[in-house]
Unconditional design. Structure first.
Length: 239
């Protein structure tokens, strides 16, 4: 559950590829279509482009169920009951065991400032999971035929402090393809913004400081040293 197209592809898609390869069912839920994310493209056009790019990226890691909320605008998300109800509605529909979202911390683990939309969604997902399991919260959902779902056993936030790690080395290339599928969006980024492979290496790569036994290797056969191992990290809470 994230704010924009490409939020999942910034590392989490590698974990998704591992899960789908293991036979797990994964659903993507995006609050907006990222229509404010391409400066050179009108929002109405960008929304269509970015939705299709998200669906293409999801397919690269084995996900066919990609959902978008209606009525929430990119860049101006506000926390509150409207968004919480919409998130709780989808949790009741999908009935997941695990929910992963993005950090609501002010800064990412590396120190960069987090975006407002990310902070809003990360916080509201926490409360939406609780509301989805309580029949007396958002009672109108009962009239929609959506019974409470209290089966979420694990809730995780990606991007800041981490408590758990997953080795995603075997799924790194799928994650790169997933991010590369956002072609129009990537093309509109500044020239000095890292390319998908470089960016995901920065996010997922395990270097000497993390694991001295791993180091780097010419894993692509092109003479360039890259991490020999990759891992995805998450702040995970058991409910």
């Amino acid at each position: 559950m994230v704010a924009h197209p490409d939020d999942i592809e910034y590392g989490t898609a590698a974990a998704v590829a591992a899960w789908t390869a293991a036979g797990k069912e994964v659903t993507y839920l995006l609050v907006t279509r990222g229509e404010a994310g391409i400066d050179t493209m009108p929002p109405e056009e960008a929304a269509e482009v970015r939705e299709q790019e998200e669906r293409a990226g999801a397919r690269e890691v084995g996900v066919d169920d990609v959902r978008f909320l209606e009525g929430f605008a990119d860049g101006v998300l506000v926390g509150g009951l409207e968004l919480r109800r919409a998130l709780a509605r989808e949790i009741r529909r999908v009935r997941p065991d695990v929910v992963i979202t993005q950090t609501y911390a002010d800064r990412f683990a590396g120190g960069a400032l987090n975006q407002a939309d990310h902070r809003v969604v990360g916080r509201e997902v926490l409360d939406a999971v609780a509301a989805a399991g309580n029949r007396w919260i958002f009672r109108d959902l009962l009239h929609e035929g959506l019974d409470p779902w209290s089966g979420v056993r694990w809730l995780g936030w990606v991007g800041a402090d981490a408590t758990h790690a997953l080795d995603v080395t075997d799924h790194f290339e799928a994650a790169v393809r997933s991010l590369e599928a956002h072609r129009e969006y990537n093309a509109a980024l500044p020239d000095d913004f890292p390319a998908p492979r470089e960016l995901l290496t920065m996010i997922l790569g395990v270097d000497h400081g993390d694991d001295a036994a791993t180091g780097t290797a010419d894993v692509a056969g092109d003479g360039a040293d890259r991490p020999a191992r990759y891992r995805w990290t998450v702040d995970l809470v058991e409910r």
